[in-house]
Design a binder for this molecule. Structure first.
Ligand code: RFL
Length: 401
C-alpha cells in the first residue's frame, strides 16, 4: 500500500479479529464468545468449502479434554471412534503396539476434521458468533501498534479494513498473518520426502493405524469413518496428484503393505488425492505486538505424527485464556506468557514428528551415508518391537500433546 488514497476506509471493528475458520480459529472464537469478548472470524473460503475440507482425523486425548471443557465435544463423542493400536509392517514381519495401554494410557478419537470444524462452526453461530465467509485477509497493518487493522477483500471483491485490539492469525501456513511478518521469524526444515495423500471410499482394512516400511517407500493406512480410509504412499518429489492410476495406487499399496502375507485391502474409489511435501516450521515467537499466531500459522508439523490439528486446539485454548486475562481481567503479562507456553508443546511435537519421519522413510540412494542411516533405522524399529521402555516412550509421545 503506498498512496494514501489506496488505503481503504475502516468499515468495521472487533476487539479480536480472528483470521481463518479452521480448528484453531473456530475453537478460539467459541471460547472468546463464551467469555463475552467481542470477536469476529474472517474466512477466505465459502462455508461449504470450510465444512468439507478433509484433512486430519486423529484427535489426541488432550484435544478431547479441551473440547469437553468448553462443551464442544458432543459430535465427536457421538460419532468418533476410540483408537489405540498401530501396526508396523517390515521385511521381518509385522508387530503391533497397543499404545492405548502403554505410556499415559491414552487413546486417539478418530473423527474427521471437517466434522469437527462443522461442529465448532454450528456451535459458534448458535451462540451468536460473527463470521464473514469469502472474506480474504490481505495484510495485517500496524501489528506492532495498539490498534492494528486488517485489510480484506470482501465477497464482492472490494477492499475494506477491520480495526481490532488484537488480531489472531489462525489462517494457516500461507495466510496473511505470516505474510505480514519477516521470513527470518521462522525456523524451517524440508524433510525431502513427499507423500501421495489419498482418501478411498472403502472401509478400513485394519483395526489399527498401518505403517508399512518398504524398500519401495513408506505406505500408511488410517481409518477415517466406517466407509472412508486415508492412505499415504511415499512418492517422488514433484509427482502430480493425478499421475498414478487407481490400479497403480492399489497395486502399490498392496505391495508395500505386503498384502500377500497379511491379507488384502478393501479397494474402493479414490475420492480425494493430493501431494504433500513433508516440511516443518516453527515461528520464532507467536506474539508480534498485537498479532498473535495459533495453529498452522504458528507452527507446521509435517503430518507424519498427526499433531497439527491437536496443536491448533491446544494453542487456541491457551490464546483464549491469555486474551480473556488481558481484555477482561486487565492482566498485562498474560499475552507475553502465551508464546513460551505454546512453544514448549510445539517443539515436543516437532521432535517426535521428526523422529517418526526418520522411522518411516528409508534414506534416498543418493544419500552418501544411506547404508549407515538405514542400519540405524532398522535398529530403531527393532528396539521399538522389543523394548517395553521404548514402547512406553512411543505411546506417550504418539498420542500425547
Ligand atoms: P487450517 O485448518 O488450515 O485453517 C486455516 C483457515 O484459514 C483460512 N485462510 C484465510 N482466511 C482469511 N484470510 C486469509 N488470507 C486466509 N488464508 C487462509 C483457510 O481457508 C482455512 O479455513 O489451520 P488451523 O486451524 O491452524 O488447523 C491446522 C490443521 O488443519 C492441520 O494442522 C491438520 O489438518 C494437520 N493434519 C493432521 N493433524 C492432526 O492433528 N491429526 C491428523 O490426523 C492430521 N492429518 C493433517 C492430516 C494435514 C494433512 N494435510 C493437508 C497436509 C492429514 C493431512 C493430509
Amino acid at each position: 500500500m503506498t498512496g494514501r488514497q489506496t488505503i481503504p476506509a475502516v468499515t468495521d471493528s472487533a476487539d479480536v479479529v480472528i483470521l481463518g475458520a479452521g480448528p484453531a480459529g473456530l475453537t478460539l472464537g467459541n471460547l472468546l464468545l463464551a467469555a463475552g469478548i467481542d470477536c469476529v472470524v474472517l474466512e477466505r473460503a465459502d462455508r461449504r468449502h470450510v465444512q468439507t475440507r478433509a484433512r486430519a482425523g486423529f484427535l489426541a486425548a488432550h484435544t478431547v479434554r479441551v473440547l469437553d471443557r468448553h462443551g464442544l465435544s458432543d459430535g465427536l463423542h457421538r460419532r468418533g471412534l476410540p483408537h489405540g493400536t498401530c501396526e508396523f509392517r517390515t521385511d521381518g514381519g509385522r508387530f503391533r503396539l497397543d499404545y492405548g495401554a502403554l505410556g499415559l494410557g491414552e487413546r486417539h478419537t478418530v473423527y474427521p476434521q471437517q466434522d469437527l470444524v462443522t461442529d465448532l462452526l454450528t456451535h459458534y453461530l448458535a451462540a451468536g458468533g460473527r463470521i464473514r465467509f469469502e472474506t480474504e485477509a490481505l495484510t495485517v497493518d500496524d501489528a506492532a501498534g495498539v490498534r492494528p487493522t486488517v485489510t480484506v477483500r470482501d465477497p464482492e471483491g472490494r477492499p475494506c479494513r477491520w480495526r481490532a485490539r488484537y488480531v489472531a492469525g489462525c489462517d494457516g501456513r500461507h495466510g496473511a498473518a505470516r505474510r505480514s511478518l519477516p521470513a527470518a521469524a521462522r525456523h524451517q526444515r524440508d524433510h525431502g520426502v513427499s507423500w501421495l495423500g489419498l482418501l478411498a471410499e472403502a472401509p478400513p482394512s485394519l483395526d489399527a493405524v498401518g505403517y508399512a516400511l518398504h524398500a519401495r517407500g513408506f505406505a500408511g493406512h488410517m481409518a477415517r469413518t466406517p466407509e472412508v480410509t486415508r492412505y499415504y504412499l511415499q512418492c517422488e518429489r514433484g509427482t502430480a496428484p493425478d499421475a498414478w492410476s487407481e490400479e497403480r495406487i492399489w497395486d502399490e499399496l498392496g505391495l508395500r503393505m505386503r498384502t500377500a502375507d497379511h491379507g488384502p485391502l478393501h479397494r474402493g474409489r479414490i475420492i480425494h488425492r493430493s501431494v504433500i511435501d513433508l516440511q516443518s516450521d516453527v515461528m520464532e515467537t507467536l506474539r508480534h505486538g498485537s498479532l498473535l499466531l495459533a495453529g498452522d500459522a504458528a507452527s507446521l508439523p509435517a503430518p507424519a505424527a498427526a499433531k497439527g490439528a491437536n496443536l491448533a486446539v491446544l494453542e487456541a485454548e491457551l490464546l483464549a485464556e491469555a486474551l480473556i486475562d488481558d481484555l477482561a481481567h486487565g492482566d498485562p503479562g498474560a499475552l507475553d506468557r502465551y508464546s513460551p507456553r505454546c512453544l514448549a508443546h510445539i517443539w515436543r511435537a516437532q521432535e517426535f514428528s521428526h523422529w517418526m519421519i526418520q522411522l518411516l522413510h528409508a534414506p534416498y540412494a543418493s544419500d552418501g551415508e544411506a547404508l549407515f542411516h538405514e542400519s540405524l533405522r532398522r535398529s530403531r524399529v527393532e528396539s521399538l518391537r522389543t523394548s517395553r521402555a521404548h514402547q512406553e516412550w512411543f505411546a506417550e509421545n504418539y498420542v500425547g500433546i
